[in-house]
Structures are given as structure tokens and as C-alpha cells.
Design a protein around this ligand. Structure first.
Ligand SMILES: *Cc1c(COP(=O)(O)O)cnc(C)c1O
Length: 835
């Protein structure tokens, strides 16, 4: 997250009421605020705020930030040692988040109401969509600054506001809160003149006593506003609005709804299959808009936007017509597989500087290929002169290590000399020109960001570059993985290390993609089953230490070349590896000793420890990094006595080894269930596995985890069959009544087990459960959809995900989530996304 400003560190120190820890260059102008060590493009012009948030403590990255060249640091850590940051300005503040907020509030005060109209949005749902739609409606008439994505938190709001520049004349910011006391801060930063209270949901928020308290807190955003838009249909909101206005009588309420008191009186809402038409009365005149959506939420969002047009005096026919072109908002960046082993990031709905920065950050984090390509359209309505704009874009691309650039659009075409800093570049006046003139074979083994404003129709480009496979997709939420990791970390002592198991292609979810999230989130170790898996991670740029569980002589060479650390589980392996190291003239190579404390799989037994200790005492080729063991039943309360016995056996073995070695090693035994049920056994390190994927045997821990994987397929065909006819292989399953059968594009070759056949398994269509009928085929499954009215060919079918847990599937099939996850075949396309 970055924001742009123009202040010196002295000004910042004053605004943040900071103490100086060290003072150096005081005069350089700082243009960027960063909170994320990965996302620093212009280190010498950046001030870094070391903020503690739920995703971690940025103080841990300060040295890293310093090494990148940042010389202006704001921290609330009193123990920072200035000796490690020679030449830097270091400011000490009480709380880094508040300091950031003070800076943002100060920045906001630099813009007067005459030059900048500020819209503030709050409410339970729809904030981001209303913000994006207002932008779509008004971008031709204003230079708009708005919150990127849904930056609406105590950190997101200041970062958004710090982006305001003198070129802007309209600002749209959202504010979201989770507990009392938070809105006051956000109001001081946003200071909106106009507000929209989108709606109030029924969801019980943990942070609030009741709905009334929640509404009152949210309303504080508008305490200095002139107008507030809100739907009057909700009595609770209506009542609180009037109460609020009594106390803040400068406010004019702009309500909409079906009451005669409403300012915008809704006369009718007509829905067809593909659009809705809304007719309303304003000041005695009838107006109408048409939107290409039919769901209630979209209608509510559109009317909230419409009210804003009245307030801004923009209710012209031309503007109303823009409602017809509103389009849905893609809120997340996705990584998809493309042709010729490419990876694609598709963001073809909008193109402005702040969303471009976010997309480029995401691109830079992808390390699968050295080649990074950007296909970019003209940037519309930036408020900056094109010459300067494209200079800025080019230098941003260079910072983010983009080595191939394709510019599309008349503006970019005529400013192509700005991009001479990029090694490979080409330019086209229109998307059509590009499509006519490119060779698909020129794209291979690279990560491609496709980013274009809507009117350029870049979906034609992404369509062409996407790998066409049968449409069964496993999507993996990387943000949820990081979230789940934190849930486990919170149960451990801060000093306990974490090893995360990414064996078997990361439990089926992807090896490199998962490992890179784990590396970023500072786990201490990774473990894989085979050397090949470790090599793949190294080739993809993973630098964490990696333990390999199954090794033999044929892989020793590779282990050493790729800096992988083997698990040693037998005397045979120990001798072979030691001999190998001796021949290769390598000393003290790190290995991990596996003790068999009762699982009776791999490992040394207790009665072998004496001999093992003797061997190791005199051996300088091998260095024992850790000693570990594995629980057989840590998930089962009925087996707790056995688990304790395993732990005791393990501790005895470790003690015996310790006595013979003249150096220390670390110990570990807890797996996922061990962490949640027996945190007292956490020792020096734990080995987390299935937990990061959102599964835990303890119900309490389970309820704190997020769903990670979603498997979706599509319906290939729908047919009606008559009573007495049969379905599928075997000619056995007769239907009793006339039935409607949908053929879904997933079979046992995709990992959907035959055990799910004949009604054992269910899938979901439009949130309704449907049963399998007949045997599961290799590539297809038949579903009985007789009871469902509106089902179409091509429609999505949920195989598992948030609303149908993989655990439920495992129960149906009489197995465990591990087996289902690791069985999803490699031909199923994986999509990774961050929220
Ligand atoms: C797979 C594995 C784990 C992780 O187990 P989970 O139940 O997924 O947490 C831990 N240790 C070893 C040795 C393993 O093989």
C-alpha cells in the first residue's frame, strides 16, 4: 500500500507529534507513504510507517526496508537500535497507526471545500460498489480520487486520503468500522461534505451492543456533512437519522423510498430478465433510469448513486444514460494459467494510477517466471498531462521489473518514447490492431498483467491468452491461508517456530503459490515429501529452509545442490548420507532426525538411541538441526493417554541424544491437531499441515478458520428422461418419475471419487443441493435436478467450498479431508487469488 504526498520529514514529525530517535537529511521531499516492505518503488522518497496490524508487525521488516534504501522511518517501537539504520531519520511515535491517521487528517486539511468535493460512504453493504459506480458515472465530469479496492479500515482510509492531489476535484472514500470509537478517527480524516448511508444489515456485529449503537457510531462520519443520502425503508435507520439531524442541524437529509416524505420518491421498479427500470419523482418531476441488473442489492446501490447525482446537480439525461452502462466490479486480482505455460493477471475493467499500482505489486510478487509483461491501455481521466503521466507509468513499470510492455490506445501510442526504459515494447492504436498483429507464440513462460479501461475491451485479449481447459476450477484463497496461519500462531508462544508442511503439492492446493504466501508470512521452515518437490520450490525462488521427508541415495546430490535438508530415519540412510558427505568433503550438513515414538512408520526406535548417539558423537559430516517425532492420534481425545506416552518417549530420546552431543538441537512434535489440542507440547517448533487449509479436528479451532479452496464445475447438458429409463453406466439406475438430469463436467479422473455415485454425493446449484444419480464417470457426473426450476446449461455447480464443506464430502465418502484434497487431479485448473 502506497500513497503520494509532498512533505519533509520535519513536517511529518510535527504533524505526528513524534520524538526524534535519529536525525539526518531533513530536506528531501517525501512523496510516498508505505506500510508494506514488499511494495516500495521509490525508496529515497518514501516514508515507512512500521504499523502493527493483524497481518503482522512491520517493525520486523524495518531492516529489510532500510536495506532497500528507505531513509525515513516512523515506528512506535522504543527499542529500535539506531546503530542499525545509519543515515536514516527515525521518528518515535506513541502509536504508528494514529500517527498515520494524523498525517492523513493534516493532508486532508490542505484541500478546501471549494476545490474538492468529498463524498463519504458507510453502511453495512454496497459501499465499494456504490463508490465504483459513482466513479463510472462521474469520471467524465470530474477528476476523481477514490479509495482503492475496499480500503475502508483504520489503515485503509488514511492511505486512501493521502492520495489526494491538487488535480482532483471529487473524492469518494468508504469508511468501515468494527467497534465503537473508530468512526471518530475516520471522520477527522475524510471530513465528507456529502454522505451516503447505504443500508444497515441485520448481521450481529461482535463489536456492538445492538443495531442502534452501530447506526449511531456509523453516523458520526457525517457530523460535519451538508447532505446525507439514505434509504428510508428501514425504520431503525430512519429514526436514527432524524435523531442525528436534531443534534447536527446543518445536515439536510436526502431520503429515498416509497414514502411521501422522501426526497426521491420511488414510483415503480420494473424488472425484466436482463434489466430493471426505476421511475422516481423528484420535486414534482418524473425521472427514470435503466440498469443492466435485476437483483435488489444492485437496484439499491443504483438509487443511492442516483441521489448523489441530484445533490451534485448532475441529473442530466446524458448522465442518466450512463446507468445503462454500469458494469459489475471485479474486486480481486486473480492469477490464472495462460497459453504456453504463461500466467495471467486479468484486470480489464478499470485503469487508473492507483489500481495500476496495486496490480503491479501483485505482478511483482509472482516469481514463477523471470519475464513480466504488461499489456496496458490508455489511462483515462487521470488529471495529469499525458506527457508526465506516461513518464510516471514507465518509471513505475521499470521499478516493478517489467521487461516487456505492450501499450494500446491513441494516447499511449503517441507517447511511446516515454517507455524507452523498458527492454521490449510495442504499441498499437486500438485493441483490434493488436489482435490482428500479434503471434500467440510470442507469449510463453511469462507472467502477463492485462490492464485496460473498459472501453478498450481487453476481455478479448484475456480470452485469447487464457488456457482453454475443461471448466472445472479449484480456486484457492491465499488471504485465507495467511489468516488461518495467524490463528495457529496466536495459540503459540511468540518464540515457538513454525514449520509448515507443503508436501503433496501443498495438500493438492499448489506448492509454489502456497509456499510463497508462507514465506512472506515469516514461517520458519517448510517441509516436503520428496526432493523433487523441494527443487521445484527452489526453482521458483523460495529461500526458506526446507526439510525433505523421504530421501534415498539417488537424491543426495540434488539435496546438496538445492540446499535441502533431509529427514534421517534409519541407520541405513544415516550411513549412506554420512559417506556421501565425506566423499563430497562437506562438513556439518544440517539434517533432521526422526524418532518413532509410537506411530511405527519411519524413525529410530527408543532402543536404537544409544547406538545412534554413539555414531553421531564422532561424526562431523552431519549436524543435527532438529529432532522430531509424529503423533498418531493427537486429534482424538480418547487417545490422549497414548499421545502423552508418545510425548514422554520422545522427550526421553531427546535427553539421551543431548547428553552425547556437544551442540544444541531443536525439537518438535506437534502437528495441526497437536497445536490446537496439546499446545503444551509445542517445544521449539510445531509442524502445521491441514490447518492452513481450513480444517481442524477441534470444533473450537475449526470455527476460527476460513475456507480456502472452492471447487466449481459447469453443467454441460440438461435433459429430461421418462419414468423407468436409466442413467449412466450399468443400465441399473432406473428413475421412478419423469426426471431432469444435468451432466456436470467433473469425474473420477478429476478426483471426484466413484464413492460419491448413486446419490451418496451432493453438489450445489444456485445454493440448492442436488444429488448424484448413477455411477460417477471418468470425466462426468450426472445430477438429478428435477426439483430445481431454473437451471441452465453452462451454469456453475459447486462441488465443495464455503457452503458445502470438504469435510462433509469426506464424511459421505467415509474418508478424511486430506484424501479428497490431495486427489484433485492436476488437470483441474487452479486459480489463486488475494482478497
Ligand atoms: C503431514 C505431516 C504433518 C502435518 O500433519 P497435519 O495433520 O496436516 O497437521 C506433520 N508432521 C509430519 C511428519 C507429517 O508427515
Amino acid at each position: 500500500m502506497t500513497a503520494s504526498i509532498h512533505y519533509t520529514i520535519q513536517e511529518i514529525a510535527k504533524v505526528c507529534k513524534a520524538k526524534w530517535i535519529s536525525k539526518n537529511d531533513l530536506f528531501s521531499v517525501l512523496s510516498y507513504v508505505s506500510l508494506d516492505s514488499r511494495k516500495i518503488s521509490y525508496p529515497s522518497e518514501t516514508v515507512f510507517f512500521a504499523v502493527k496490524s493483524k497481518s503482522g508487525d512491520a517493525n520486523l521488516f524495518l531492516e529489510n526496508v532500510f536495506q532497500k534504501g528507505v531513509r525515513n522511518l516512523v515506528t512506535d517501537n522504543e527499542n529500535i537500535d539506531p546503530a542499525n539504520f545509519a543515515g536514516a531519520n527515525i521518528l518515535l511515535v506513541k502509536n504508528a497507526v494514529s500517527a498515520l491517521q494524523h498525517l492523513a487528517a493534516f493532508h486532508r486539511r490542505q484541500f478546501s471545500n471549494e476545490n474538492l468535493a468529498v463524498i463519504g460512504l458507510t453502511g453495512s453493504n454496497g459501499k465499494t460498489i456504490v463508490k465504483e459506480w459513482l466513479n463510472q458515472l462521474l469520471e467524465k465530469d470530474y477528476t476523481i480520487i477514490r479509495s482503492p479496492k475496499s480500503f475502508n479500515s483504520q489503515i485503509g482510509v488514511p492511505l486512501s486520503v493521502l492520495n489526494i492531489s491538487t488535480a482532483d476535484n471529487l473524492a469518494i472514500f468508504e469508511a468501515g468500522i468494527s467497534q465503537p470509537g473508530e468512526m471518530k478517527n475516520l471522520e477527522e480524516i475524510i471530513k465528507p461534505q456529502i454522505g451516503i448511508f447505504t443500508n444497515i444489515g441485520n448481521a450481529h456485529d461482535e463489536g456492538f451492543k445492538n443495531i442502534q449503537q452501530k447506526i449511531r457510531e456509523k453516523l458520526l462520519l457525517f457530523k460535519n456533512a451538508e447532505f446525507v443520502v439514505f434509504p428510508s425503508g428501514d425504520q431503525r435507520l430512519l429514526k436514527e437519522m432524524h435523531f442525528f439531524q436534531k443534534k447536527n442541524n446543518q445536515i439536510q437529509l436526502f431520503s429515498w423510498g416509497t414514502s411521501t416524505d422522501d426526497i426521491l420518491k420511488i414510483i415503480s421498479i420494473k424488472k425484466t430478465n436482463s434489466f430493471s427500470e426505476i421511475v422516481a419523482d423528484y420535486n414534482g418531476t418524473k425521472f427514470r433510469i435503466k440498469i443492466p441488473f435485476t437483483d435488489d442489492a444492485s437496484i439499491e446501490n443504483a438509487i443511492n448513486c442516483w441521489c448523489m447525482l441530484f445533490i451534485l446537480n448532475k441529473n442530466t439525461k446524458a448522465l442518466r444514460e450512463r446507468f445503462w452502462s454500469l458494469y459489475p466490479i471485479e474486486m480481486r486480482l486473480e492469477l490464472k494459467s495462460g497459453i504456453n505455460r504463461c500466467h495471467l493477471i486479468n484486470d480489464s475493467y478499470s485503469n487508473d494510477l492507483s489500481s495500476l499500482r496495486i496490480a503491479l505489486d501483485f505482478l511483482e510478487q509472482q516469481k514463477q517466471h523471470p519475464g513480466r509483461t504488461v499489456i496496458l491501455s490508455d489511462i483515462m481521466q487521470s488529471g495529469i498531462k499525458p506527457g508526465q503521466l506516461y513518464q510516471e507509468v514507465a518509471s513505475l513499470l521499470q521499478q516493478k521489473n517489467v521487461n516487456k510492455f505492450i501499450g494500446i490506445g491513441r494516447d499511449i501510442f503517441s507517447h511511446q518514447q516515454a517507455f524507452s526504459v523498458i527492454a521490449s515494447r510495442s504499441f498499437f492504436k486500438t485493441t483490434g490492431d493488436f489482435l490482428k498483429n500479434i503471434f500467440l507464440s510470442s507469449f510463453h513462460d511469462e507472467t502477463i498483467l492485462i490492464k485496460g479501461a473498459r472501453q478498450f475491451g481487453f476481455e478479448r485479449i484475456s480470452h485469447l491468452l487464457e488456457q482453454k481447459v475443461h471448466q472445472t476450477i479449484l480456486s484457492i484463497n491465499l488471504t485465507a491461508i495467511a489468516y488461518n496461519l495467524r490463528q495457529y500462531r496466536n495459540r503459540l508462544k511468540p518464540t515457538t517456530k513454525m514449520m509448515v508442511m507443503v508436501k503433496a503439492f501443498g495438500y493438492g492446493s499448489g506448492s509454489y503459490e502456497i509456499a510463497s504466501v508462507l514465506e512472506f508470512n515469516k514461517v520458519d521452515y517448510l517441509a516436503v515429501a520428496y526432493a523433487d518437490e523441494g527443487i521445484e520450490l527452489r526453482n521458483a525462488g523460495i529461500t526458506l529452509p526446507i526439510m525433505v521427508m523421504n530421501t534415498d541415495e539417488s537424491t543426495f546430490d540434488a539435496l546438496i545442490n538445492f540446499n535441502l535438508e533431509p529427514e534421517i530415519f534409519s541407520f541405513g540412510l544415516l550411513n549412506q548420507f554420512s559417506d556421501f558427505l565425506k566423499k563430497a568433503d562437506i562438513e556439518k550438513y544440517p539434517v533432521h532426525l526422526k524418532i518413532d515414538s509410537g506411530m511405527h512408520r519411519l524413525g529410530f526406535l527408543e532402543n536404537e538411541i544409544g547406538a545412534l548417539a554413539d555414531f553421531l558423537k564422532h561424526n562431523h559430516f552431519i549436524k543435527i538441526k532438529t529432532v522430531f517425532s509424529h503423533f498418531a492420534a493427537s486429534d482424538d481425545p480418547a487417545e490422549d493417554a497414548f499421545t502423552i506416552e508418545q510425548f514422554n518417549t520422545f522427550t526421553r530420546c531427546c535427553r539421551e541424544l543431548e547428553k552425547s552431543l556437544d551442540y544444541r538441537f531443536e525439537t518438535h512434535i506437534d502437528n495441526t491437531a497437536g497445536i490446537s489440542r496439546h499446545p503444551e507440547f509445542q517445544l521449539d517448533m510445531v509442524r502445521l499441515g491441514i490447518g492452513i487449509h481450513g480444517f481442524d479436528s477441534s470444533p473450537e479451532m475449526q470455527s476460527s478458520l476460513k475456507n480456502v479452496s472452492t471447487l466449481v464445475t459447469t453443467i454441460s447438458q440438461i435433459k429430461t428422461i421418462r419414468a423407468g429409463e436409466t442413467v449412466g453406466y450399468g443400465h441399473k439406475v432406473k428413475v421412478k418419475n419423469d426426471s431432469v438430469i444435468a451432466v456436470a463436467g467433473i469425474g473420477y479422473a478429476d478426483g471426484y471419487s466413484r464413492r460419491f455415485g448413486n446419490g451418496v454425493g451432493k453438489m450445489m446449484i444456485n445454493n440448492l443441493a442436488v444429488s448424484t444419480i448413477g455411477n460417477i464417470c471418468m470425466d462426468m457426473t450426472m445430477l438429478d435436478v428435477t426439483e430445481i426450476k431454473e437451471v441452465k446449461e453452462g451454469e456453475e455447480v459447486l462441488v465443495f467450498g464455503e457452503s458445502l464443506s470438504l469435510k462433509t464430502l469426506a464424511d459421505w465418502a467415509g474418508t478424511i479431508p486430506y484424501e479428497i484434497m490431495t486427489s484433485i487431479s492436476q488437470r483441474v485448473k487452479r486459480i489463486y487469488y488475494e482478497e
